[in-house]
Design a protein around this ligand. Sequence first.
Ligand code: SF4
Length: 311
Amino acid sequence: MTKYYKGYYMITARCNLSCSYCILENAPHQLKQELSLTQKKELISHLYHNLNFRSLTISGGEALIIGKSVPSDFLQLLNFLKQFKFDDTQKNLKIKLYTNGIYLTESVAVAMNGIIDEVSINIDSSDDETLLLIGRNKSKQDKYFLKVIGAIKLLFNQGIKVKLHTVISALNYQNIASEVRSIYNEVKNANSAFCQWKFYQYMSYDEIIVDEKHKIDIEVFESVKREIENNLKGLDVDIHFKNNQEMNQSLFNILATGIAQYRLPENTWTTTPRTENLLNYKSMEALFERNKIDVDLFNTYHSYKLIDATN
Ligand code: SF4
């Protein structure tokens, strides 16, 4: 029986924000390393036709700022992705987008209609001071939370589902549980199709100074988890808590340069191995074998069941 996969394509390493817990930066050398639009298309075709991917989450960096003129390359990419949309689930490529929403204007939302199935947006807090500390607000005048709610409304007008992501770190763990109910209400009012929310434990990138500012122990994460579960009880939203162990075990990021980063049990972030350019593998079996990837573990997180709409 043919096996199908789902994956995470970090299409660019550049971003318009500089969150305090993130290692990505908007550096010119990263634009040079990033695949051209033609190469991005070639890679997606390869993932679909030869490696049997049937679900792709396009993220970054910030996916909407690919190329030199924003959002022209992203709109051209959307146009290209149309060819992978089918009613037949065996042929259809489910396409998800992870964005910070800042460049998500009405015309971009309209262009996504019928192509992007679901958009994940990050909300770590609704409090402007916390957002300033984290870097989602660039200045005291900035209003990231309100901008994101605006983007979520635009997506609703196009019938696009929204999912929230929240990183729990030392900067927000004391308040996030008390904020989740009001965040839920604001997001639900903006987009009634909102029904999934993932909470991530801050993950170390082996940067001591960044870790000192953000790291929380698993016990703290578990305690915040219990409070959040309690405060969202009875509401129409599926919640999932992803701790460092799950993040490490599931790590398989297709990077902006066309290779993939994965993790073996002995690795920390900085020692994670990289595959060759994914175009060099004619099948997933070849990719597993040449990189000594644990197939069962990979399948636990990345196999895609065609009938499972929750994938
Ligand atoms: S928006 Fe995402 S990619 Fe951009 S700096 Fe923040 S965490 Fe990193």
